[in-house]
Design a protein around this ligand. Structure first.
Ligand SMILES: Nc1ncnc2c1ncn2[C@@H]1O[C@H](COP(=O)(O)OP(=O)(O)O)[C@@H](O)[C@H]1O
Ligand SMILES: [Mg+2]
Length: 226
């Protein structure tokens, strides 16, 4: 099987008083291309820290991450940023949309970062908003949208650049259960339709149940059961 991601002996520390806090303590796993993986764990288990390492938003203290055959540690910062922009789509619990911009403008942002001409970026973003069933809200700003709608915009923004990997950090954590269910079904559907590989961090068992595999994170390590 072809692995999109190979994570080996990963460690991450944060300074804490005179010592250090070991937040990720020896993580090993492979993520086959096409798989949708759930990572489940209590608050403080290290889930966000792990996603940030995989998404190259932060660097590990030791260990290695190979993504699509490339060792992330071998890339200088500018190349790492380009790699992140091209290959990874991020979805967050609190959406992280830019409040001054419309749904369409938020969605097309990754295309502009890549230097795509504006009309093409607008067209792509509009198509993507149709896929998340939000085409009729494209000129609304985030404050004029419900939580579920804002998360749909964030999903459109994550997918507009046709990334290989989706990293979703508690994507339904701020939504009521009915809306959360719709959002997790949407992520599953788009994952399948676009041949994506995804990691979804969640507390929600219904969300985890839609994934192909579940890993349990406890105190910075994968364990058999929580
Ligand atoms: N930038 C940071 N500096 C110091 N400690 C941090 C930092 N980020 C997270 N931590 C600590 O690392 C642990 C794991 O955090 P996090 O990865 O956010 O957990 P989770 O997402 O599972 O709730 C927590 O104890 C948290 O307080
Ligand atoms: Mg977290």
């Amino acid at each position: 099987m072809n692995n999109l991601l190979e994570v080996r002996k990963l460690y991450k520390f944060y300074p804490s008083g005179k010592g250090k806090l070991e937040v990720i303590r020896g993580i090993d796993f492979d993520l086959p291309a096409g798989q949708m993986l759930a990572i489940v764990g209590a608050s403080g288990a290290g889930k966000t820290t792990l996603l940030n390492l995989i998404g190259a938003l932060d660097r590990p203290d030791s260990g290695s991450i190979r993504f699509d055959g490339v060792a992330l540690s071998s890339l200088p910062p500018i190349e790492l940023a380009q790699f992140r922009n091209r290959k990874i789509g991020f979805i967050f619990q609190f959406y992280h949309l830019l409040p001054e911009f419309t749904a369409l403008e938020n969605t097309l942002m990754p295309c502009l970062l890549r230097g795509m001409p504006l009309p093409e970026a607008q067209q792509r973003a509009q198509n993507m908003l149709e896929k998340v069933e939000l085409a009729d809200r494209s000129h609304h700003r985030p404050a004029e949208l419900s939580g579920g709608e804002q998360q749909r915009v964030a999903i459109a923004r994550a997918l507009v650049g046709e990334p290989k990997l989706i990293l979703a950090d508690e994507p339904t954590g701020n939504l009521d259960s009915v809306t959360g269910e719709k959002i997790s079904l949407l992520i599953r559907r788009l994952h399948d339709k676009n041949g994506l590989t995804s990691i979804v961090v969640t507390h929600n068992e219904q969300v985890a149940a839609k994934c192909d595999r579940v890993l349990h994170l406890k105190d910075g390590q994968f364990v058999e059961k929580l």
